[in-house]
Design a protein around this ligand. Structure first.
Ligand code: NAD
Ligand code: UDX
Length: 476
């Protein structure tokens, strides 16, 4: 089977960058990314891409208009392609059965129905969205129940492991590519066809093939394991704060054990992003449906710990500020869920703002990439606050110095590199005293800040200045 045209349904954080890299690396293949949203497609075709991702613009510009296209002509693109990648969103359900936990598969289903409706030739259909185990069976059922004479489908699972902020390097140099498919001659042929695409830049030994259900579950498992590491180190951070141990030292100590490994052991104000919570909840729901309540409870605890960490950090701010933040200006540095992205989905910063606003704090938000409209839209979500409260309590600035001016405290919510380079003397001079910094990402030089006169609090470590101005853990 020769692949000359690929159609990707869904021009989001995954569809856009992953197909741009495929087009960039496979000049002999035409890749068209389609979406229902005209606005999103127009942005992909403009100089102002809809998502910020280091290196993305260069990759898009290298092949857009040559073998990479963005379009709303969904039917035509499906008809022409031999391989169709489904990369639509699979958010947590907000209604009905499984509300708040199960993945909402309505976009997957509508993509599958569209493929069945318009296809006039056989296709390889690739599930790239993150889905519950056995979702490929539903896609297959929809396709085969509606197939036309002579049209056959092979459904593969090819989950995406990119992380935002590093998407392009993750796509160019992945740890592995996973392809799951039916263990039949036709299934193997489809797996080989998709594998051929990746082999343009990825060594064979990094392309792992397996059965469809293992592949679907592996994606949920990978995110659950990563999220669990963060919740585990955050649980340790609470013990550190209560005892005088230092979570960075604990991370280092356990991370040097090669069986544990050093990555994803950074204590924080909790994980955010569109994937971890959604996918762990998805796994919890799946376990419940499989009548495995102990397994469900085990993974649910990863989410509980994350909620606890966000709430605990907000409570520390309030208690350090003499148990009241009402009418106090508090500067929030960072609104994105991590650095190098403008994505705010499930950002812990939003929860910190929400908890502080519930205590009537005046929050002044600065983020280098997230735009004003997005911040207002997130804060006025009914689950967070309302327009009247936001108008009264929130200011959004494009200047961090302005955000901190006259503030009682600065709260670092995102680990943007630029936060490390500010003139903290100038900021200190403009703040009310005592001036507090709550470093929720452990990125600043705490000793220098203490020397400037700040009261510094961070995650998993208690700080005091001793007589020779050296940091030490505070004795119990
Ligand atoms: P997204 O919301 O950014 O993009 C999804 C796009 O699909 C939207 O633009 C939407 O308009 C479009 N869409 C929905 N239904 C459609 C249809 N029937 N026809 C055409 N277009 C349609 O989502 P995302 O962040 O790119 O995530 C996509 C999938 O990839 C999800 O399952 C997610 O869990 C998974 N994933 C995401 C990441 C990440 O970092 N964001 C990483 C790995 C996997
Ligand atoms: C994640 C997975 O890493 C990726 O493989 C998957 O495809 C999508 O979900 P993403 O959410 O984009 O990627 O970013 P990631 O780097 O995993 O960070 C998620 C959250 O965890 C962020 O809020 C980050 O700040 C936080 N985090 C990460 C920590 O708090 N500590 C860490 O040690 C690592």
């Amino acid at each position: 089977m020769k692949i000359t045209k690929i159609c990707c349904i869904g021009a989001g954080y995954v569809g856009g960058p992953s197909c741009a890299v495929i087009a960039h690396k496979c000049p002999d293949v035409t890749v068209t990314v389609v979406d229902l949203s005209q606005e999103r497609i127009d942005q992909w075709n403009s100089d102002n891409l809809p998502i910020f991702e280091p290196g993305l613009e260069e990759v898009v510009k290298s092949c857009r208009g040559k073998n990479l296209f963005f379009s709303t002509e969904i039917d035509k693109t499906i008809i022409e392609a031999e391989l169709i990648i489904i990369s639509v969103n699979t958010p947590t359900k907000t209604y009905g059965l499984g509300k708040g936990r199960a993945a909402d598969l309505k976009y997957i289903e509508s993509a599958a129905r569209k493929i069945a409706e318009v296809s006039t030739s056989s296709k390889v259909v690739v599930e790239k969205s993150t889905v519950p185990v056995k979702a490929a069976e539903s896609v297959n059922n929809i396709l085969s129940a509606n197939h036309k004479h002579g049209v056959r489908y092979q459904v593969l699972s090819n989950p995406e492991f990119l992380a935002e902020g590093t998407a392009i390097s993750d796509l160019l140099f992945p740890d592995r590519v996973l392809i799951g498919g039916p263990q039949t001659p036709e299934g193997r042929e489809a797996i080989d066809a998709l594998s051929w695409v990746y082999q343009h830049w990825i060594p064979m030994e990094k392309i792992i093939t397996m059965n469809t259900w293992s592949s679907e579950l592996s994606k949920l498992a990978a995110n659950a394991f990563l999220a669990q590491r963060i919740s585990s180190i955050n649980a340790m951070s609470a013990i550190c704060e209560a005892t005088g141990a230092d979570v960075s030292e604990v991370s280092h100590a356990i991370g040097t054990d090669t069986r544990i490994g050093a990555r994803f052991l950074q204590a924080s104000i909790g994980f955010g992003g569109s994937c971890f919570q959604k996918d762990v909840l998805n796994l919890v729901y799946l376990s419940e449906c499989l009548n495995l309540p102990e397994v469900a409870a085990y993974w649910q605890q990863v989410i509980e710990m994350n909620e606890y960490q966000k709430r605990r950090f907000a409570n520390r701010i309030i208690s350090a500020l003499f148990n009241t933040v009402a009418n106090k200006k508090i500067a929030i540095f960072g609104f994105a869920f991590k650095k190098d992205t403008a994505d705010t989905r499930e950002t812990p910063s939003l929860y910190i703002c929400k908890y502080l606003m519930e205590e009537a704090a005046l929050v002044s938000i600065y983020d280098p990439k997230v735009d004003h409209k997005q911040i207002v839209s997130d804060l006025t979500d009914p689950a967070v606050s309302d327009k009247e409260t936001v108008d009264k309590l929130v200011t959004i600035t494009t200047d961090p110095y302005e955000a901190a001016k006259g503030a009682h405290a600065i709260v670092i919510c995102t680990e943007w590199d630029e936060f490390k380079t500010y003139n903290y003397q100038r900021i200190y001079d403009s703040m009310l005293k005592p001036a507090f910094i709550f470093d929720g990402r452990m990125i600043l030089d705490h000793q220098s800040l203490l020397e400037l006169g700040y009261h510094v609090e961070t995650v998993g470590r208690r700080l005091v200045r001793n007589s020779v101005n050296r940091l030490q853990a505070m004795p119990k």
